[in-house]
Design a protein around this ligand. Structure first.
Ligand code: A3P
Length: 292
């Protein structure tokens, strides 16, 4: 089958792949149910990890039950938009009964208003920018629907200028941060999840008003380890219809580490990036432990 690397079209100033940009009105009109749970991230911040944790929490740690419910289509595809040839995210959502675990990479101001009006539980995950960028660079190589990443040095500049698909990382993390209290958004950090996954799983559990046993929590932490998720066909994205992902270029579960950026940035690139990052983040104090 042929596959398209979708060009980027700006909607309200944010570059989005054409399949979503051209359908943005129907995305904007989507009405969630108050019981729906939203997982929002800039791409590559730990979306899939968080989806798996939430799915297991809601199924009391029963991985088999997760495979059956809520539909034959697993929660990774319950996105307000999904690239063809994956069926339209909106179509899948409309065929699935609430409560649904919905993921989005849309920046806060472009998320359908119904999520906030209905007070849907929303989990945001942020990851330090240089690791996020490195992960996105590999993803753009292996995801044949994303725009071509081009050479590494130029990619860094595109990230800094907010020219990648879904827009500026800086605006994204700030947008949700500034809205977190008003909209009761649980704001998590990838680095915290790596440091103490059990603590963060419990945090998500409490946020979702669930109360699971120690034994079940331990099982969920184990099932959502990088090693287990890399082997699990439901989470390593080997289930994504070919040829969307070329897993021979890069695995979806690639490395799963903090600090992989040190293997990619030269000292000059680090200096340039960090100086720019400090400027772009000056107006908000988000407690990243390793912003630069
Ligand atoms: P790397 O490319 O750095 O390995 P997303 O799901 O938002 O697309 O994010 C994917 C990134 O999260 C990848 O980062 C992937 O390896 C990492 N990841 C996924 N599951 C993980 C887990 N259980 N533990 C640690 N990292 C995980």
């Amino acid at each position: 089958a042929s596959i398209t690397r979708f060009p980027l079209i700006r909607v309200r100033g944010v570059p989005l792949m054409s399949y979503i940009a051209n359908n943005f009105d129907s995305v904007w009109d989507f009405r969630p149910d108050p019981s729906d749970i939203l997982i929002a991230t800039y791409p590559k911040a730990g979306t899939t990890w968080t989806q798996e944790i939430v799915d297991l929490l809601r199924h009391n740690g029963d991985a088999e039950a997760c495979k059956q419910a809520p539909t034959p289509v697993r929660s990774p595809f319950l996105e307000i938009s999904s690239p063809p040839p994956i069926p339209s995210g909106l179509d899948l959502l409309n065929k699935t009964d609430p409560p649904r675990i919905i993921k989005t990479h849309l920046p806060f101001q472009m998320v359908p208003r119904g999520f906030w009006e209905n007070k849907c539980k929303t989990i945001y995950v942020a990851r330090n920018p240089k690791d996020n960028l490195v992960s996105y660079y590999y993803f753009d190589q292996m995801n044949m629907t994303q725009p071509e990443p081009g050479p590494w040095e130029g990619y860094i500049h595109k990230f800094m200028r907010g020219e990648l698909s879904w827009g500026s990382w800086y605006d994204h993390v700030k947008g949700y941060w500034l809205e977190r209290e008003k909209n009761n958004i649980l704001y998590l950090f990838y680095e915290d999840m790596k440091e103490n996954p059990r603590r963060e799983v419990e945090r998500i559990m409490r946020y979702l008003d669930l109360d699971l046993s120690d034994e079940v929590l331990s099982r969920i932490v184990e099932l959502t380890s990088f090693k287990n998720m890399k082997e699990n066909p439901m989470t390593n994205y080997s289930c994504v219809p070919a040829p969307v992902f070329d897993l021979s270029v890069s695995a979806f579960m690639r490395k799963g580490e903090v600090g992989d950026w040190t293997n990619h940035f030269t000292p000059e690139q680090t200096k340039m990036f960090d100086e720019d990052c400090e400027k772009q983040m000056r107006d908000v104090n988000i407690p990243f432990r390793s912003l630069i």
